[in-house]
Structures are given as C-alpha cells and as structure tokens.
Ligand binder design. Structure first.
Ligand code: SIN
Length: 322
C-alpha cells in the first residue's frame, strides 16, 4: 500500500447510505440517517487503504436529505472549508442522501473555492440491505478523492462521476440513479481507477463565498420558492407568496421558458413589487434558449432546484453564476 501523508476526511450527513431497515431484504421501508459515519467507514473492507492510509470521520448531521435546510448547509460548508484549509487534508468526502445531494453539491460548489476534491457520495439501498451499494460508492469516492488533478465539488454514485452543476437524480429506485443530462458524466470509477470522459471542473473560485460569510454572521436566508407552470395554472399561489413576503420566485416553465398567461401575469406583478423572478425549464434535458423581448429573466441553464440556490445566493449579494 502506498501511504499518503495527507488524510481524507469523511463528513457524515445521513441519508440512505446510513439507513437501517428492520428486515435485510427491505430496500424501501427503512429509516435514513441512522448509522453513524464512523461505523459506515469502519464497515467497508479496504477503505483505509483506498484512502491511502489516513482516514478520519466526523458526523456533521444525521438526517434524511429531504429535510435538508440552511442550518445543515452552513454547518457542512464550514466544516468542509475548515478541512480544505488544513494542509494535512488531501480531500473531503461527504456521505449524503440521494434525494437532495445535487442541491448540496451545487451549494458547496457556489460557496467554496474547492481547489481540493470535495466528493459527495450516497446510496440507494440502506446500510442493512442484502447488497448495499454504499460501501462500493465510498470506495469509489476515495478513488476520486485521490485521483491526480481532482478538484472541485463532485458527486460519485454507481461508478459514475458527476460535476455539481449538471448532476441530477433521475430515478427514484434504481441503484444507478444519477445522470448529468446532455453534459454527460465527468467520468467513471472502475476497479479503483478514475477514467475521465471530460476534464476536471475548471479551478473553482467560490464566487458566492461572501454570501456564506453573511449567513455565518447571522444574516437570515432569503425566502425563495419554486413554482411550476402547467396546464390550468393560475397566479393564485404566486400572489399569495408575494403577500406572504417571498423575496424570490423560481419558475419551472414549460418548454423554452414559456409560462401560462395567468401565472405570467402574477409573476410580472411580483417582479413589479420587487420580488426577484427567474425562469428555468421543466424539461429534463437542455436549457432555455434566450429570446429577445422575453419579460422575465432566465436562470442560465440551471435546474429549478439549483436556480433556487443561485437566487438565494444572489439575494445575499453574490453575482449570478456564469
Ligand atoms: C435521503 O435522501 O436522505 C433518503 C434517500 C436516499 O438517500 O436515497
């Protein structure tokens, strides 16, 4: 074994990877976020070797990621940032639920200048499953964490390596639950080796780092909600949200950024009232192609949930992502 002098830190946040079921054959009726991260790490044969010898585990949260919130994001970002700044740390691996891992990855990508790898991994089957996928995903995450040139916030699941911007959960049950749309995965992990299809993400600059500092210093998270344009849509929800003090609205629009006329009228009223509105598409692939004269601004190719995060950070003073 080649021994690395730097360690890899595994931060646990919960999820199915840490899930426990009553019966070993049950892959859906389990409770997420039950097994501690140290126990997860200890249970994987060869993980310390895959990490190069030095491995540390730290529990940041223990939740089902459907319940992810700003407090956990802040705690996680601060722990990742602290470890990245430590010369003794080579990389950070984060264990996370699959349901919102794409949001956490994008959030960390925005607020951290991750010149070292930050590798999020997860599992679709609980730790108590007959054949859990978490152990292999952890081994693959270690391979990515130690790969020459690796940097930025990355997601590893089912042997595929994804970038924070494009990754999306696309299947509710299959072990291979993630895709990167038209961009495709950055690469794959095979027998402990990373095979890249694309270059590593370009050197991240943590363009929204100042927004994270504001939150850490006590600024409240802005309120940004997501609406969908659909057949029979009305403006009632948008109007109610404006009355309720919403600061931003992200709209999953139809097709190339079109919105039902009743909802569009309400969104224009919201914009007039000072609410920031961003349009994205509810289509699974591609992005809205800008058209001249469109009355509402676009969210630059982000999915609705990632556009919401970008708008949260913008409302905290960050520039819009490129
Ligand atoms: C979660 O997202 O925490 C539960 C579901 C999963 O990890 O697959």
């Amino acid at each position: 074994m080649q021994v690395d002098t730097q360690k890899i830190v595994v931060l646990g946040t919960g999820g199915t990877i840490a899930g426990r079921a009553q019966a070993a054959g049950d892959n859906v009726g389990y409770v997420a976020g039950e097994v501690g991260v140290q126990a997860l790490v200890d249970a994987v044969p060869g993980l310390a070797q895959a990490a190069g010898g030095a491995l540390a585990a730290e529990q940041v949260a223990q939740i089902d990621s459907k319940d992810m919130d700003g407090a956990v994001w802040l705690a996680l970002a601060q722990r990742v940032q602290a470890h990245l700044g430590d010369p003794a740390v080579r990389a950070v691996v984060v264990t996370h639920g699959t349901d919102t891992v794409e949001e956490t990855a994008w959030f960390l990508h925005c607020v951290l200048a991750a010149h070292k790898p930050v590798v999020l991994t997860c599992a679709m089957r609980p730790a108590t499953a007959v054949t859990p996928d978490g152990p292999q995903n952890l081994l693959d995450a270690m391979a990515v964490a130690r790969a020459p040139g690796a940097r930025g916030v990355l997601v590893v699941c089912a042997g595929a390596l994804h970038g924070a911007r494009a990754v999306q959960k696309v299947h509710p049950y299959r072990v291979d639950a993630f895709a990167s749309g038209e961009a495709g995965p950055l690469g794959w992990v095979e027998e402990g080796q990373v095979r890249l299809a694309q270059d590593w993400p370009s050197a991240p600059d943590g363009w929204a780092q100042a927004a994270l500092e504001k939150i850490a210093n006590g600024a409240p998270w802005p309120r940004v909600e997501i609406l969908t344009s659909h057949a029979g849509a009305t403006g009632a929800v948008a109007d109610a949200l404006v009355r309720d003090g919403v600061q931003g609205l992200v709209v999953a629009a139809t097709g190339n950024g079109t919105v039902h006329h009743a909802l569009e009228a309400a969104l224009l009223r919201a914009q007039q009232a000072g609410v920031a509105v961003r349009l994205t598409t509810r289509c699974a692939l591609g992005q809205v192609v800008p058209r001249a004269g469109a009355p509402l601004p676009l969210a630059r190719g982000l999915s609705p949930v990632k556009a919401r995060i970008a708008l949260l950070l913008e409302l905290l003073g960050a520039p819009a992502p490129q």
